[in-house]
Design a protein around this ligand. Sequence first.
Ligand code: NAD
Length: 237
Amino acid sequence: MPPKKRRIVALTGAGISAESGLGTFRDKGGLWDEHDINEVATPEAWNKNPKLVLEFYDKRRELCVKAKPNEAHFALAKLEKHFDVHVITQNIDDLHERAGSKNILHLHGEILKARSVNDPEKLYHIGGKRIKLGDLAPDGHQMRPHVVWFGEAVPKMYEAEDIVREADIFIVIGTSLNVYPAANLIYASAANIPKYIVDLNELTNVKYKNLTHLKGKASERLPELVDTLIKDLNNTK
Ligand code: NAD
C-alpha cells in the first residue's frame, strides 16, 4: 500500500478568483460598492424584491461562465498529485472545478445550481441559464439560486470543520476572514500544524501559532508556496 498522503486544507475566498475577473466583495470597486448587501443577498431582500435578487445573481452567473481559472486555482489542483488536498471555498463560482481540483466543498453554495425555495436539498444544475420569477421547480415552488445568503445557516460548516481538524497543513487564500462562520475555520485546525495566509493585504487581525503571511497576488504567491511544499515533501522522502 502506498503511504498515506499528508492532508492540505485550503480555505479560499473571493480573492482567489479576483484575477479571473470576478469581483471581490469588500475591496474598493468590489461588489458591495455597487450593491447594498441588504438589497440583494439576504432572505429579507428576497422577500422584498425577488426580481432584483434574481437579476443580481443572473449577472454573477453570466460573469462566472465567462471567467477562466487562474494560476492560483491551477496551483491548488497541481498539489493533488502530492498531497491529500481538500478545498473549502466560500466562492460560488466553479473555477476550482475547472482547474481540476477534486475535493471541493462549497460553503456558500454554487451559482450554477438552483433549488426550490421550499427544498434546500434537491439541487438543479442550470449552468449559465437565468432564473426568472415564475420559473418553478418540479415541486411547484419558485426556483432560487443555490447560494447561502447573509443571515442564513451554513449547513456544510460541520463537514468543513471535520475536514480542517484532520489537516496537516492549512492554507487560507484570498479571504478577508470577515464572513462568519467560515472565518472561524482556521481555529478548528490543530495548533501545531503550519498555516499560511496568502492575501493582497496582511490580515493583521489574525494572529496564530505557526502562521506565515504571504502578502501578494494569489496567482504569484500561491504557485510559489505550492512549489516549496512539493520540494520540501520530496526532500523528506
Ligand atoms: P472578501 O471580498 O471579503 O475578501 C477578499 C479578500 O481577497 C481580501 O482580503 C483581499 O485583500 C483579497 N484579495 C483580493 N484580490 C486578491 C488577489 N489577487 N490575490 C490575493 N488576495 C486577494 O471575500 P471573502 O472573504 O471571500 O468573503 C466574501 C463572501 O463573498 C464570501 O462568502 C463569498 O461567497 C462571496 N463572494 C464570492 C465570489 C466568487 O464566487 N468568486 C465573489 C465575490 C464574493
